[in-house]
Write a protein that binds this ligand. Structure first.
Ligand code: AR6
Length: 179
């Protein structure tokens, strides 16, 4: 079952799949490293799909701090832009929930500043950085809800989850959100 919920005229949805294959989305978010280099995980996949020019544009913007977001072009990806966010390393960058929430807030505001209508997030920090996925999903959705009032052009906010379990967790958290 796939859910879609609308809050303040903005649609929130979860998809299971690969974030590099979302042609209907204007900007995808990268769970980056501080140096904005290709790296592994979802960042590696995004850089591979975009091509080497992405790293050439991104690296001079680094290093970034936990919670920060920077925007680049998307090159060979089917999107207009990529927003690179540095999530917190769980157990090290404290308070983790503040840094993680800042990623979502800053990415949404940046997408809106660029007058984009749709944004897709991976589950930032829940891979190599070790953030438990259910906790991360709650923090993320709360931060998204709190930012909706500030958005003028963004009308669709999407999570793209690689694994089925991560997808189910996000569906559960989305189903319980209270406006
Ligand atoms: N599409 C969607 N989600 C994906 C994809 C994909 N193609 N590939 C992986 N994921 P991670 P982090 C999921 O480790 O924890 C990198 O090396 C993955 O299953 O990519 O923020 C960077 O360079 C997991 O649920 O990001 C940093 O050094 C989620 O994306 C560091 O890892 C995030 O996992 C960042 O670690």
């Amino acid at each position: 079952m796939k859910m879609s919920r609308t809050f303040k005229d903005i649609e929130l949805i979860n998809r299971q799949g690969d974030i590099t294959k979302q042609p209907d989305i204007a900007v995808i978010v990268n769970a980056a490293n501080a140096q904005l280099r290709a790296g592994g995980g979802v960042a590696g996949a995004i850089h591979r799909a975009a091509g080497a020019e992405l790293e050439r544009e991104a690296v001079p913007h680094g290093p970034i701090s936990p919670g920060e977001a920077v925007i680049t072009k998307a090159y060979n990806l089917p999107n207009q832009f990529v927003i690179h966010c540095l999530g917190p390393v769980y157990g090290r960058d404290k308070p983790e929930e503040m840094y993680l929430a800042n990623c979502y807030r800053n990415a949404l505001k940046l997408a809106d500043k660029y007058e984009l209508d749709s944004i897709a997030f991976p589950a930032i920090s829940t891979g190599i950085f070790g953030y438990p996925v259910k906790e991360a999903a709650s923090v993320a959705y709360q931060a998204i809800l709190e930012t909706l009032d500030d958005l003028k052009t963004v009308k669709k906010v999407c999570f793209v989850l690689f694994g089925e379990d991560d997808f189910k967790v996000h569906e559960e958290v989305l189903s319980r959100l209270k406006p």
